[in-house]
Design a protein around this ligand. Structure first.
Ligand code: NDP
Ligand code: 2IT
Length: 448
């Protein structure tokens, strides 16, 4: 799909020139600009205030060396990033990704999307993202700790509970957040809510671990309900087997669905009886093993090498919860051909633009990442509230608030889509609703 609005088309050319070699970032900006065409037509005041030009340029980009010593005494060097993208509606907020594929373009696409996602949560959080090309896989706890301490030694100069509040993402879970929090506290001599996703004994929120997966299912259930459907009795395929995938499996099952597949970057398992989630939790959360080990306990299930094959499994609903661009045009066509009628995104930008075109061409329901996976950062926002008032809320309280927030997010997407003439296109609705709040704040605060 090409941009028809000349102003946005010209600006996109500038963005492309300025950010060469960062295809994921260009992909994210292009999608948002296409959605914002009716806004640019209706709101010349936002163009006059330079909001579109400013929102595609990070407020600050921090890139740093992360040296650490491995278990053999050898010095290793990784690259650390923190992109402080937009602080119009609150302190920068967003996760830290630790994965060998991390480079500037990945962190910028994630930070850019975080602006709109955080705006949709209704909570006061700006957009940011960070991470490193460090690979925690196969490293000892000691190596991970030394990396995290070195990473935080630089990062602590740039973050703070009212400035920038990082959290987890791929490769960054409770263990990593714990090591980073300990180092921040030691260096700054401050016990503050500077990170979210903390352990429950030192300021973490109940239900943060579950929040992204649960929130994805709450959002998806709202979308299904609005279209006369529900999870009940449906067959669901979920990619990944990390934090988001595990708790999406749990909630989808609770809501009456049967989840039949999970994956990791090596391959996927298919269990037609429904996934044994206790086993997956033991393998992934406790033993840090590969998903293929599942078939050692359940020989009736099938393991297949290669992760993209998971989309050939017939299902009613697909929940991609692994990584960016994991569903391409061909996989989307296969899903549609096999009768899948809804795709809702736990991962960030898991569908290529061509895949999204296939969803719309086949009248599938499409829950876009910025809205559908916002439950994680929403509960991070609730963790910040609890830290500020030095109180801890119950699981039921946090989960109840999460459910309401996901309902509100769906409503915002639905209403914005209707108001701007694209009813049922929740991607456009999410981009428009998320953008407008930030844009009003940027305009009101002047040219900063
Ligand atoms: P985890 O590290 O817990 O799990 C990631 C899962 O995705 C693993 O199963 C991993 O397999 C798989 N995966 C990662 N990279 C690739 C790849 N290049 N190809 C195939 N599979 C891959 O991360 P999360 O569950 O936290 O994150 C999953 C997705 O959800 C990400 O897109 C993240 O940005 C997004 N997200 C996370 C939130 C959170 O709160 N954690 C909030 C909102 C979105 P393997 O073990 O083989 O690497
Ligand atoms: O992509 C995301 O929204 C996250 N990784 C969670 C961010 C957060 O600050 O909790």
């Amino acid at each position: 799909m090409a941009l028809k609005n000349k102003y946005l088309a010209d600006l996109l050319e500038t963005v492309k020139k300025r950010n060469q070699g960062e295809p994921e970032f260009i992909q994210a900006v292009t999608e948002v600009f296409i959605s914002l065409e009716p806004v640019a037509e209706k709101r010349p005041d936002l163009i006059e205030a330079g909001v579109f030009e400013r929102i595609v340029e990070p407020e600050r980009q921090i890139i740093f060396r992360v040296p650490w010593v491995d278990d053999n005494g050898v010095t290793r060097v990784n690259r650390g990033f923190r992109i402080e993208f937009n602080s119009a509606i609150g302190p920068y907020k967003g996760g830290l990704r630790l994965h060998p594929s991390v480079y500037l373009g990945i962190i910028k696409f994630l930070g850019f999307e975080q602006i709109f996602k955080n705006s949709l949560t209704t909570l006061p959080m700006g957009g940011g993202k960070g991470g490193s090309d460090f690979d925690p896989k196969g490293k000892s706890d000691g190596e991970v700790m030394r990396f995290c301490q070195s990473f935080m030694t630089e990062l602590c100069k740039h973050i703070g509970p009212n400035t920038d509040v990082p959290a987890g993402d791929i490769g960054t879970g409770g263990r990593e957040i714990g090591y980073m929090f300990g180092q921040y506290k030691r260096l700054r001599n401050e016990f503050t809510g500077v990170l979210t996703g903390k352990g429950l004994t030192f300021g973490g929120s109940l239900a943060r671990t579950e929040a992204t997966g649960y929130g994805l299912c709450y959002y998806t259930e709202e979308m299904l309900k609005a279209n006369g459907k529900s999870f009940k009795g449906q067959t669901v395929v979920i990619s990944g087997s990390g934090n988001v995938a595990i708790y999406a499996t749990q909630k989808a099952t609770e809501l009456g669905a049967k989840v039949v597949a999970l994956s990791d970057s090596n391959g996927y398992i298919y269990d037609e009886n429904g996934i044994d989630l206790d086993l997956v939790k033991q393998l992934k959360e406790v033993e840090r093993k590969r998903i293929k080990e599942y078939v050692n306990v359940h020989p009736e299930a099938k393991y297949t090498e290669g992760c993209s094959g998971i989309w050939t499994i017939p299902c009613d609903i697909a929940l991609p919860c692994a990584t960016q661009n994991e569903i391409d045009e061909q996989s989307a066509k296969t899903l549609a051909k096999n009768g899948c009628y809804a795709v809702s995104e736990g991962a960030n930008m898991p569908s290529t633009p061509e895949a999204i075109d296939v969803y719309f061409a086949n009248n599938m329901l499409y829950g876009p990442a910025k809205a559908a996976n916002a439950g994680g950062v929403a509960v991070s926002g609730l963790e910040m509230s609890q830290n500020s008032e030095r109180l801890a809320w119950t699981f039921e309280d946090v989960d109840g608030r999460l459910k309401n927030i996901m309902k509100e997010i769906f409503k915002s997407c639905d209403e914005a889509a209707k108001e701007y003439g694209c009813e049922g296109n929740y991607m456009a609705g999410a981009n428009i609703a998320g953008f407008l709040k930030v844009a009003e704040a940027m305009k009101a605060q002047g040219c900063v």
